[in-house]
Ligand binder design. Structure first.
Ligand code: NAP
Length: 253
């Protein structure tokens, strides 16, 4: 068990198999560089969300807040006493604050995405294709709708809000009309760097803006192929830092 000092502020990341975690390294470096004392950030790597109760008990004197990652962004809802309306609309929580009334859930992925995209948008980026329909895709969709951008999901099993990859390849209008294309699938993540979503890359032009939520590698095959065609590209690094900073602000309000 971690040593518990009086006044210590404990933060962490709740997830499964998260040894690779960006967050722990990011916050540990931040605390060191900014001289944030008596504060630490650790991984709460659990096999089952039920173990959260034990962690809350174990760290009840010191826990201020924690991030939540795969696979618990939805499952964590049942432990929350209050949910921010944005997180509720998205249906996923990646930040939890411990308050006197219990646990309060937020979503800062959508904030990080919005802030990182905004400076790169041109007036003609009015319609977007979102590849994937998981938690990250839902946060992206929420941010885009908030910015007045129309969205269509591209999915292996599309529902009424989406199209399939076959539709995307057979009807080239989709790529022509949707100048913003976001990869919210894990395809292309290290070490599987030769993978990429199956979309018609030959239809990409200079007005396209390609955004990949993946941050490792920093340039995925998806972004490389788009850049080759003259499109602008953004990787997931800025979103990752901005969502972490937004969480830090929430914890310190
Ligand atoms: P997820 O739930 O595991 O997957 C997202 C979606 O990708 C799935 O719902 C699925 O949609 C599609 N997909 C999965 N495997 C696929 C495959 N083999 N071929 C085609 N489509 C596939 O992941 P997530 O939590 O939403 O995260 C998605 C990505 O965003 C991850 O790479 C994650 O690391 C990244 N992310 C980055 C940030 C950041 O700050 N940069 C934040 C959050 C997430 P369909 O079943 O509808 O096809």
């Amino acid at each position: 068990m971690e040593s518990i000092e009086r006044g210590h502020r404990q933060f962490g990341l709740l997830g499964k198999n998260i040894d690779y975690s960006f967050s722990r390294a990011y916050f540990s470096k931040k605390f060191e560089q900014e001289g944030v004392e008596n504060t630490s950030y650790i991984n709460f790597d659990v096999d089952h969300i039920d173990q959260l109760e034990l962690l809350l008990q174990q760290y009840k004197e010191t826990l201020v807040g924690f991030n939540v990652t795969i696979p618990y962004k939805q499952e964590v809802f049942k432990y929350l006493n209050e949910v921010d309306p944005h997180a509720s609309a998205i249906g996923a929580v990646n930040t939890v604050k411990v308050t006197s009334n219990g646990l309060m859930g937020f979503n800062t992925d959508y904030l990080g995405f919005r802030m990182s995209l905004k400076p790169c948008l041109k007036t003609y980026h009015q319609k977007a294709l979102i590849l994937g329909t998981g938690g990250a895709a839902k946060a992206v969709a929420y941010a885009l709708k908030d910015m007045g951008i129309e969205i269509v999901y591209v999915s292996r099993n599309p529902d009424k809000d989406g199209i399939s990859y076959i539709n995307l390849r057979s009807d080239l209008q989709w790529m022509q009309e949707h100048l913003l294309v976001i990869n919210a699938t894990p395809l292309g993540t290290y070490p599987n760097i030769d993978n990429c979503p199956d979309i018609p890359y030959d239809r990409i032009g200079e007005q396209h803006l390609f955004y990949d939520l993946i941050y490792n590698p920093s340039e995925t095959k998806f972004l490389k192929l788009a850049a080759k065609k003259g499109a602008s590209t953004i990787n997931g690094e800025a979103m990752l830092r901005l969502q972490a900073e937004a969480a830090w602000q929430i914890w310190n309000l």
